[in-house]
Design a protein around this ligand. Structure first.
Ligand SMILES: [Zn+2]
Length: 626
């Protein structure tokens, strides 16, 4: 592992926090179990069973030569090094060695029969992580040579489809390399990439796509326009590229990187302006926005693609390293603790392409998607397009590698408190930090700091905006935190110091679509579990397509003013509600949420569980009226 965090070099805007190199943070506890399940399940075996990766041209095969290989390795590489799994590392090396060897004299690399810029953007994300984990001396010259090639070639061969929306992922690795080498051509390349891509900085300020695309621009209207004019800058393709849910997820980082390059108030505020509007017009209680697969409005029966979940997380992980803002972590952890686990089966072999916040059947209904195939919420190996099959792997490993950041001028910063171990050097002192506790289901977190010798440095602890009371205790000393800020503990750390961090939380009712109510406690969303009757079709388990129908009724309203009771272990919430018989199901989907239904039936106690633990569920309820 390289032993330095890479901070912005002038003239890039200075950053306070920067990613730790891959391998500095290792998962513990339940997070280790999650990663182990991926290693023993889909991530650890996809290269053996799934033709798009097994035969990928990115390992010299004669199969898919586009994004799927790089997508897979973008998640496999961090998983392999975080678990220190030799088998997975050797699979990663097949990609790395093939990719390095594929570079031509002029700098071009990758499957030579597919010159698309886009999959190379993902391949560079892979190589960056591989370099951080190993320090392999071949990587930086390889990247520098390719970026010079790209700089020279872009005028004659400009960014095309997908790349015009996704260039932020390219700019991110170019800036990272610039911070290491200082080569000015890299800054010029960033400008060229920005100039050739959608102006996301401007877009997020105006946000023209506030409407559900089914109504604003139905697929039957959009598709013929795209067929008629395949130019990526044609009106049809513009609309397509702008409103594509994964493009949106990836694009969130672009204005922030624009700000890193150029400064400016417009650039600084674009992410915030855009996120606010995205969530206002397309947001749901999982912390994500909908898109099945274009922006789909706020009805919680609309789908959110799994690629959009992992890419939003990654954009936030990039942004948290550029902007000094604790509130970004609130957005990030809300998604990571809810929308990330929900579409992946516990054995990891099956996933959904689209998850719904109010999901009363999977695979068996008639879903009101924008243009996804009907079965897109089935759990399977490839329930719809294979992008999610290839791309879901980056979710957990990058969550792990971004739990802690390096602080400029020494020190460490915690973004959330999942169990992990950080090994890092502050100045010339080796430091080990161990986080344990049941966050986000408990209020007390133990952070043990061990130093090989006494050293003075700050530890920054993110205090979520949702807490009422947060403090850290070290022995008799108390450090009081402020919600939505970093609590900085700057002191001398001895051989072993235990910090007990307390972050209070309370059950809250949030408002969404049709005045619906979502129940949260800290970053966790709670849902009414409907039970699942599973049916397995196609291949043998665990590779079957998995369909589910509900065992219990879904149609209840909540009375939030009656209060909530959180169980001692934090894993269930009891709420008061009443049945709403007029709220009906149609073909496996709930009808629109009734607005403020009046209570006609007896009140009942409803036991809610964490969102991701109920496959069939209601997590946005009608708000009842007495
Ligand atoms: Zn996908």
């Amino acid at each position: 592992m390289i032993d330095q965090a890479i901070f912005n070099r002038a003239p890039l805007a200075p950053n306070t926090y920067s990613e730790l190199p891959l391998g500095a943070v290792k998962p513990l506890g339940w997070l280790y179990e999650k990663e182990k399940a991926l290693a023993e399940g889909i991530t650890g075996h996809l290269y053996e069973i799934w033709p798009s990766v097994r035969d990928t041209a990115w390992m010299g095969g004669n199969g898919e030569n586009w994004e799927r290989g790089p997508y897979y390795f973008d998640g496999l590489i961090p998983l392999a090094w975080e678990l220190n799994d030799e088998r997975l590392k050797s699979v990663a090396m097949r990609f790395v060695e093939w990719t390095l060897a594929s570079q031509q004299e002029n700098g071009y690399f990758g499957p030579h029969d597919n010159p698309d810029w886009w999959p190379r953007m993902v391949a560079m994300k892979c190589m960056k992580q591989y370099f951080e984990a190993t320090g392999d001396k071949r990587v930086l010259p390889f990247m520098a040579k390719y970026f010079e090639y790209e700089y020279k070639m872009l005028d004659g061969q400009p960014l095309g489809m997908w790349a015009i929306a996704r260039a932020g992922d390219n700019i991110e690795t170019v800036q990272w390399l610039y911070n290491i080498t200082g080569a000015k051509v890299l800054l010029k390349l960033c400008d060229k990439l920005l100039a050739q891509s959608i102006d996301w900085t401007g877009y997020y300020h105006t946000f023209p796509d506030s409407r559900d695309q089914k109504k604003a621009f139905p697929w039957k209207l959009l598709q013929p326009m795209m067929e008629e004019n395949p130019d990526p800058w044609s009106a049809g393709w513009q609309q397509h590229q702008r409103t594509h849910v994964v493009n949106q997820a990836m694009a969130l980082k672009t204005p922030v990187l624009d700000h890193t390059l150029h400064g400016g108030i417009k650039q600084a505020q674009a992410f915030y302006a855009g996120w606010e509007k995205l969530m206002k017009h397309h947001g749901v209680a999982s912390g994500m926005f909908t898109g099945d697969e274009h922006l789909s409005g706020t009805n919680p029966t609309q789908g959110t693609e799994t690629c959009a979940v992992v890419e939003t997380l990654y954009s936030l992980e990039t942004i948290m390293g550029q902007l000094d803002d604790a509130k970004l972590g609130d957005i990030w952890e809300r998604i990571a603790y809810n929308a990330l686990p929900a579409p992946i089966s516990p054995d990891t072999w099956a996933h959904q392409y689209d998850q719904q916040v109010n999901q009363i059947s999977v695979g068996t209904g008639k879903y009101n998607w924008y243009n996804n195939s009907n079965g897109a919420n089935t759990f399977g190996l490839e329930p719809h397009y294979g992008c999610c099959t290839a791309n879901l792997h980056q979710g957990y490993p990058k969550f792990v590698s971004h739990l802690w950041y390096a602080v400029k001028n020494g020190g460490l910063c915690a973004m959330t408190y999942a169990p992990c171990e950080v090994k890092w050097k502050v100045g010339d002192t080796r430091v080990q930090v161990t986080v344990s506790g049941n966050y986000p289901y408990a209020e007390d977190i133990s952070i043990k700091v061990r130093c090989e010798k006494t050293a003075k440095f700050p530890i920054h602890l993110r205090i979520p905006a949702w807490t009422e009371d947060a403090y850290a205790k070290i022995g008799e000393e108390t450090f009081v935190g402020e919600a939505g800020k970093f609590l900085v503990i700057d002191r001398e750390w001895g051989e072993e110091t235990e910090t007990n961090l307390h972050i209070s939380r309370a059950v809250k009712a949030e408002k969404y679509y049709h005045q619906s109510v979502a129940v949260t406690c800290g970053p966790v969303l709670y849902a009414l579990p409907l039970g699942e009757k599973w049916e397995y079709r196609g291949a043998e388990m665990p590779l079957s397509d998995r369909y589910a129908t509900a065992e219990k009724p879904f149609n209840y309203a909540l009375l939030p003013e009656e209060g909530f009771t959180l169980s001692e272990d934090g894993r269930s919430v009891t709420a008061t509600g009443f049945p709403v018989p007029e709220w009906k199901e149609k073909d496996g989907v709930t009808e629109p949420i009734p607005v403020l239904p009046k209570q006609k039936e007896e009140s009942v106690q409803l036991s809610l569980v964490p969102y991701a633990e109920a496959v069939l569920r209601i997590a946005q309820f009608p708000q009842g009226r007495k």
